[in-house]
Ligand binder design. Structure first.
Ligand code: PLZ
Length: 455
């Protein structure tokens, strides 16, 4: 089948599933009256600590659209934060999940195992960078995978320190919150944080103007002088900083860091939770520079929308933990594993890394043209279908979070869901499902351009 082509004809859903018309269609204001009603109930029932980007309540989604309770059809440029890479309700995911859910829903892999878990681990071991012998372990969410990668690295090295980076994001549990750079909204009032986490400067070419060599020297000097290489269990880095603003380090930074880790007996952990699984135009973002991490954490796009996460890595590291040291009641749930096998099959059959590269080739020239006209776009960056613009005060590199919120809000009103990001809150990020038809991508860019030019 030809699932997930961005060139599918207008008006059809390229992924099947709910056969939703592939169109932007507004029949009420955004949010409409039914969403407003549900929002009132939400406020009375749901903790206000849980945030929200756009209060339209969704009833169906697929291809490149989200359909709300008022009948509005919005263009999805967020994929539920980089999750529905294969599209919402993708046919292979739906059929495998339906089969699995009717057969059995849970046994706990640590109690009585099932083949789906093993098959997902086999797929991860095969697809992740490097041809060395690997093992995987499955968990529920990204933060849990990162925590477990740290546990494994500590058990293997018998060291404690964890090195992370400025602008990094790794989750909301206590350890991963401490590993995350940005205070608001993730950390404010939630301390104290776990010890032995050390933050060093990232390579951020737009802002630091350093090449890889100088950025590396800066980071490594900090590790050597302030932590001591022999104390470091793991260096944990996102190959493209996601929540931090889609920051792509200078070419050579990641390979240099991996080399330093190897030379000093440090486990090099790539957090590919946001970048992984075809999103950046290759299977993993590390692939672009041929970097082979010791451990890699994945989640989000792995299972087409069901909660699943993994740590994959060198057999001798993954097997250094005592038996029973890793696990959890739900980790690698059979329904989530079935979804992952369906999502991975879709990515392989439809060559979704190529689709992501095509999306980049459509979007980047349009974003460049916008930058020429507007003066507000300081930087355009990212890879594949993980792209962003950094908005600044024209004529400077001063971050402009107010304009960023205004542009996002204008897009939302016009039925285009975009997300923001960035340490300074001034990044508009684009993470369309790879099942988006090209005419919707183009239309989203038209709406965005209008919003940027009038902000
Ligand atoms: N590592 C690189 O991007 C999740 C966070 C959304 P979980 N990013 C989206 C929010 O505001 O909570 C993420 C990530 C990277 C780890 C995580 C954590 O993954 O599945 O949200 O726990």
């Amino acid at each position: 089948m030809t699932a997930s082509s961005p060139t599918a004809p207008a008006g059809t859903s390229p992924v099947g599933g709910p056969a939703l018309p592939q169109q932007r269609r507004l029949v009420t204001e955004i949010p409409g009256p039914r969403s407003v009603e549900l929002q009132t109930r939400r406020t009375a029932a749901v903790s206000s600590g849980v945030g929200g980007t756009l209060p339209v309540f969704i009833t169906a989604a697929g291809g490149g659209v989200l359909v709300d309770v008022d009948g509005n059809s919005l263009i999805d440029m967020g994929s539920g934060i980089a999750v529905t890479t294969v599209g919402n309700a993708a046919p292979h995911v739906v059929s495998r999940v339906q089969e699995q859910v009717a057969a059995f829903t849970h046994t706990c892999f640590m109690v009585t195992p099932y083949a789906g878990y093993v098959e997902v681990c086999e797929a991860l071991n095969r697809l992740t960078p490097g041809s060395h012998e690997k093992r995987s372990a499955l968990f529920n969410a990204g933060a849990e995978a990162v925590e477990n990668a740290v546990k494994i690295a500590r058990a293997y090295t018998k060291r404690q320190a964890v090195v992370v980076f400025e602008h990094g994001y790794h989750g909301r549990t206590n350890l991963t919150m401490g590993m995350t750079a940005k205070n608001m909204p993730y950390k404010q009032s939630f301390g104290p944080f776990a010890p032995e986490v050390y933050r060093v400067p990232l390579s951020y070419p737009y802002r630091d103007r350093l090449d890889a060599k100088d950025a590396l020297r800066r980071a490594i000097t900090r590790i050597d002088k302030e932590v001591g290489a022999t104390n470091v269990a793991a260096i944990v880095i996102e190959p493209i900083a996601g929540e931090g603003g889609f920051i792509v380090p200078a070419q050579g930074f990641l390979p240099g860091l991996a080399e330093y880790a190897q030379a000093n007996g440090i486990v090099f952990v790539a957090d590919e939770i946001q970048t992984g699984f075809a999103r950046t135009g290759d299977w993993f973002a590390c692939d672009h520079e041929g970097v082979v991490p010791d451990l890699i954490t994945t989640a989000k796009g792995i299972a087409g929308g069901l909660p699943l996460a993994a740590v994959t890595g060198r057999a001798q590291i993954m097997d250094a933990v005592h038996t029973g040291g890793l696990g959890g009641t739900f980790g690698g749930n059979p329904v989530a594993c079935a979804a992952a096998l369906g999502a991975i099959a879709t990515m392989e059959e439809s060559d979704l890394p190529a689709t992501a590269r095509h999306i980049e080739s459509v979007m980047v020239p349009r974003l460049r043209a916008m930058a020429e006209k507007s003066g507000r776009i300081g930087d355009i960056r990212g890879r594949g279908a993980m792209l962003a613009v950094e908005l600044v005060i024209p004529g400077s590199d001063e971050p402009d979070p107010a304009a960023t919120s205004a542009v996002a809000a204008a897009c939302h009103t016009q039925g285009v869901l975009v997300l923001t990001a960035g340490t300074y809150g001034n990044v508009l990020r684009f993470l369309p499902p790879l099942s988006i038809p090209e005419h919707l991508l183009t239309e989203a860019l038209d709406v965005l351009e209008q919003a940027v030019l009038t902000a």
